[in-house]
Ligand binder design. Structure first.
Ligand code: PMP
Length: 437
């Protein structure tokens, strides 16, 4: 009897437990690099989050919501978004897009932009559909497309180095129009656009967006437009929303994040804005997965947006001040890196800056038996030996194209001046060691 029982238990245990849709998507580099940074780094310019505080008006709004006497803010709120937040987001985006929006059907609140993206892929991508992803890309797009049963189709931004010896800019990385057009087919369901782009900091121009829009309309393709860095644009450049281009509103879902907008990534408040014909299906995913998002965080973000609506375009606006401050930090890190020969690609937007490390090959010991790309080996060596954490750029490429982009690493400059100074000190010391050896 006992033998029979244990045999039957064993037999049951041997069946596969993993759902097939998880095959091949179990690796996540953040797990490895966040751990390495926590163990070795003195200065962490790896993961994308600010180490400076969120603005007072936002944290005060949170405190008021928490203990201001409205005990209902501790309970569930409307599933698809706390009414004050969807209302103010609708008002804000009406201004930005120049069209009327219904807060109940054209806006949905999510657990960060990450869940917004998950809802998009689950709701819009079917088994066998192709989804075009522009490389380099925020790494979660690929596994999310695959989990929905879709096939990612990659198209790279191609670097065109300036001839005049100037530093490269993220604007020098461009799509080849013919190559992009060749990726669209009958099977293409959607394209993922991320402007301003993580990791390069590229802000797509009106011309580039026009080309993408034209192809979307021609092939009846949807656009998932990840605009989480929409306020972080530098040098007077303008962030253009593809949904405002002709023929695009009806086929675009805009993804946003309060984490990036208000420097509070831990709050995990995100949203989608788009036509009801698309958002109704995102609501189906939302109601069958997360359903409600944290009420107090939504209330505080709503108040943050109400303030910004009042101050829109004025010098006191956080959306005016934050990019100014970050541009200064960007310029500082550009100088530091340039000074030590780690050629920076000057970003037009975002928290990030990509630097060329090809001149540092002799610093990093060769590991003949390893098939790890140079940028991975470099980033690991740098954090262990110099205490400075950054992320290898090839992480942001598909398996097939990774090996073409192994001479770069990504730094995050959304950091306190003291953190950037500590990074500069490490780089300067490194340079001295190099010149004296
Ligand atoms: N999209 C991009 C391009 C990002 O860089 C990030 C965060 N690193 C997200 C989405 C996710 O944002 P959230 O933290 O709001 O989930």
């Amino acid at each position: 009897q006992t033998l029979f029982l244990s045999l039957s238990l064993q037999a049951k245990m041997s069946r596969p437990v993993q759902a097939r849709r998880l095959e091949g998507i179990d690796k996540n580099i953040w797990v490895e690099f966040v751990k390495l940074a926590a163990t070795y780094s003195k200065v962490n310019l790896g993961q994308g989050f600010p180490d400076f505080p969120a603005p007072d008006f936002l944290t005060e709004a949170f405190t008021r919501a928490l203990s201001g006497g409205n005990h209902m803010l501790h309970q569930y709120t409307r599933a698809f978004g706390h009414p004050p937040l969807v209302k103010v987001l609708a008002q804000f985006f009406e201004k930005l897009l120049g069209r009327d929006l219904d807060p109940m059907t054209n806006v949905m609140v999510t657990v960060g932009a990450y869940q917004a993206l998950f809802c998009c892929f689950q709701a819009l991508v079917d088994e066998g559909d192709e989804v075009i992803i522009i490389e380099p890309f925020f790494d979660c797009y690929e596994p999310m497309v695959k989990m929905a049963g879709g096939t990612p189709v990659f198209v790279p931004l191609r670097p065109n180095p300036p001839k005049d010896g100037k530093l490269m800019s993220s604007a020098d990385w461009q799509l080849d129009p013919a190559e992009l057009a060749s990726k669209f087919s009958e099977r293409t369901k959607a394209i993922v656009l991320n402007s301003p782009n993580n990791p390069l900091g590229k802000v797509f121009s009106r011309g580039e967006l026009g080309l993408i829009a034209e192809l979307c309309v021609k092939h009846d393709v949807l656009c998932i437009s990840d605009e989480v860095y929409e306020w972080l644009v530098y040098d007077g450049k303008q962030h253009i929303r593809i949904a405002s281009l002709q023929g695009m509103w009806d086929r675009t879902v805009i993804v946003g994040s309060a984490g990036k907008t208000f420097s509070a990534t831990g709050w995990k408040v995100g949203w989608v804005v788009g036509p009801n014909r698309l958002l109704q299906h995102l609501r189906t995913v939302h109601q069958n997965s997360v359903y409600h998002c944290a009420t107090i965080a939504q209330e505080a973000v709503a108040q943050g947006f109400q303030r910004e609506l009042m101050l829109y375009g004025k010098p006191e606006s956080y959306f005016v001040q934050l990019p100014k401050e970050l541009q200064r930090k960007r310029d500082w890190l550009v100088q530091s890196l340039d000074g030590v020969g780690m050629k920076p690609i000057v970003p037009e937007g975002t928290y990030f800056l990509v630097a060329d490390i090809s001149q540092f090959k002799s610093d990093v010991p060769d590991v003949p038996s390893s098939d790890e790309p140079y940028d991975y080996r470099f980033a690991k060596w740098m954090v262990k030996n110099k205490g400075l954490a950054a992320i290898p750029l090839s992480t942001f490429y598909s398996e097939a194209h990774k090996n073409n982009y192994t001479n770069f690493i990504r730094f995050c400059f959304a950091k306190e001046d003291a953190t950037l100074k500590a990074a500069n000190d490490i780089l300067q010391k490194w340079k001295q060691e190099k010149t004296s050896s």
